[in-house]
Design a protein around this ligand. Structure first.
Ligand SMILES: *Cc1c(COP(=O)(O)O)cnc(C)c1O
Length: 365
């Protein structure tokens, strides 16, 4: 069996350090907002090159908290992608704003400046690009557009920890961003976790207050907040993994490049790299008109594969009524043809060759 992601091998490789980190938390009995969260926030701020980072309970919460702290709310429109995980749009709805979905680029699967600009109205307050599958969106273009129109730029970095553009990390381009540490993400915890990044002192202070019951000083409450803290055990685990994130992402890139090289002569569209951003391959996603045949062949050989995402957000039951008139032809075509293959830093060359051989045989047959 080749899984989509192999967390067991990664744990085996890091076991001593992770076990020690967890053990130290257990012995200290400091479980909430203790030294590990503080240290992890400092370490991620340094790694990502941002002024502030604030740990929280999940990536979904990170997006929610940063939108709220940045002042997005009732009656506002937020331009985003429909080709993403539901959490992107959920966070927008949590603050009372409306997600406005625009079409994606057929090669990068990300939204870009032209489509965003065409969707701007008097109600547009923010733009939330998603660096989907680890591929950075066109941040130079999107940031310039936001600047020109006075819009807030908030990045969904759930899939892009460590991805860069011109040496600058995703999560460092706008007023703020949300990262996820869901176990299968490029930097994954052993449970849920998330992180807000922001360049703004004001947004940082607000997120800190909101994640902890609207409180800066214990038992003094300035707002209705949330219980959304990153816990110490997760922070201790993430601190160990953060030290390896560069090698993890390099391993993903190496695996992805071998896949693409081996499939260069096949009638499938392998992931595009735009030459500007550094793709960190949270997913390796190809396009094929014969997706179902490929899936069947892979499953028969005990090779995992998955469709991210089968139904774009504007066609989901929850948003259908709001989006009745909306047609996003590229998003819909990509959702109908996309297939994600196993990818993780430890994925070996022999496995990649075997997976491609199965795909080749299925396409020949
Ligand atoms: C995983 C993910 C989220 C949500 O993160 P959680 O930690 O699972 O809450 C948000 N957006 C995207 C694009 C994601 O992939």
């Amino acid at each position: 069996m080749i899984p989509m992601v192999d967390l067991k091998t990664q744990y085996a490789n890091l076991k001593d350090d992770i076990d020690r980190g967890v053990q130290e938390v257990l012995e200290s009995c400091a479980f909430i907002l203790g030294p590990n969260v503080k240290a992890f926030e400092a370490e991620t701020a340094a790694y990502l090159g941002v002024k502030h980072t604030i740990g929280c309970a999940s990536g979904t919460d990170a997006l929610h908290l940063v939108l709220r702290a940045a002042g997005v709310g009732e009656g506002d429109e937020v331009i985003t992608s429909a080709f993403t995980f539901i959490a992107t749009a959920e966070a927008i709805r949590y603050v009372g704003a409306k997600p406005v979905f625009v079409d994606i680029d057929p090669r990068t699967f990300n939204i870009g400046p032209a489509a965003i600009e065409a969707a701007i109205t008097a109600k547009t307050k923010a733009v939330m690009p998603v660096h989907l599958f680890g591929q950075p969106a066109d941040m130079a273009g999107i940031a310039a557009l936001c600047e020109r129109h006075g819009l807030l730029l908030i990045e969904d970095c759930a899939q892009s920890f460590g991805a860069t553009i011109g040496g600058k990390q995703t999560g460092a381009f706008g007023i703020g961003a949300g990262f996820s540490f869901f176990p299968s993400k490029n930097l994954g915890a052993y449970g849920d976790g998330g992180l807000v990044t922001t360049a703004s002192d004001e947004v940082a202070a607000k997120v800190k207050m909101l994640r902890n019951h609207g409180s800066e000083v214990r038992y003094y409450h300035d707002a209705i907040g949330y219980n959304s803290r990153l816990d110490e055990i997760q922070a201790a685990i993430l601190r160990v993994k953060l030290r390896h994130i560069e090698e993890f992402n390099l391993g993903r890139r190496r695996a992805a490049h071998l896949y693409s090289e081996l499939m260069a002569d096949l009638p499938v569209e392998t992931p595009h790299e735009d030459g500007i951003g550094v793709h960190v391959y949270h997913q390796y996603t190809l396009l094929s008109d014969r997706r179902d045949a490929l899936m069947q062949a892979l499953q028969q050989e005990q090779i995992a594969c998955a469709i991210y995402y089968p139904v774009p957000l504007h066609q989901q039951n929850v948003f259908k009524a709001d989006c009745a008139e909306l047609s996003l032809p590229v998003t819909e075509a990509v959702a109908a043809r996309c297939l994600s293959l196993p990818i993780y830093p430890e994925l070996g060359e022999a496995d990649i060759r075997r997976i491609v051989a199965v795909i080749r045989a299925a396409l020949d047959g």
